[in-house]
Ligand binder design. Sequence first.
Ligand code: FPP
Length: 240
Amino acid sequence: MSQAPHHIAIVMDGNGRWANKRLMPRLAGHRQGMESLRQCIRACVQRGVAVLTVFAFSSENWRRPADEVSGLMDLLATALGKEVAQLRKDGVQLHFVGERTGLSEKICAGLAQAESATAQGNRLVLNICFNYGGRWDVAQAATKLCASGQAITEASLASSMAMAHVPDPDLIIRTGGEMRLSNFLLWQAAYAELYFSERLWPDFDDAELDRAIAAFSGRERRFGQTSSQLLHPKDAGKSS
Ligand code: FPP
């Protein structure tokens, strides 16, 4: 089996289409998407992935029909009640990344409680991006720095981001066949390898995860250097 990336991030797209194909309400697709997420978390723990970040609700998803938005909020509230004890047993450390303003007091309390209940988890850091947007993250980091009078540099911005507790993603997977980032991890995606899967998120399984990991393992990550510098690190900086 290929060596797993340290940090995998996923845009879980395709729940609505999965439901439409079965003449079911979109929310049924999101519920099935929750099943896929549960399995994906288990698979990442088994494969030694250290960090998994998933996009569950974007800053722009408020524009969806009101019943879908409230259904997604209910799904989150139910998950907080049902899943946290098992995640804690499995050694998962939960973080909710995104703007809390706009979320109900009950949900905010549930998020904080889930984070503190799982804070000792040491097998997998799971970031659930909820009410999150990459542009929001850059703006909130810059606002914090300005308010404290600090200079805006790459390093100060990076350490003020909502994802500063983890290294940048190595591999970003998007399911559902679309090839865009949709405001996900814009800053952190700088050197991530991208993998686009035709699978709709509810159909994403261990085999597709392994295909993404295998594709990642076959890529050469140069971080701005040349192939020959990577092969001969002592020559780095010399031109030939
Ligand atoms: C995008 O698919 C998916 C979402 C906006 C929601 C993702 C949520 C889950 C996978 C369930 C887990 C939820 C929580 C709260 C942890 P889409 O609806 O845009 O699909 P489409 O492109 O086929 O319409």
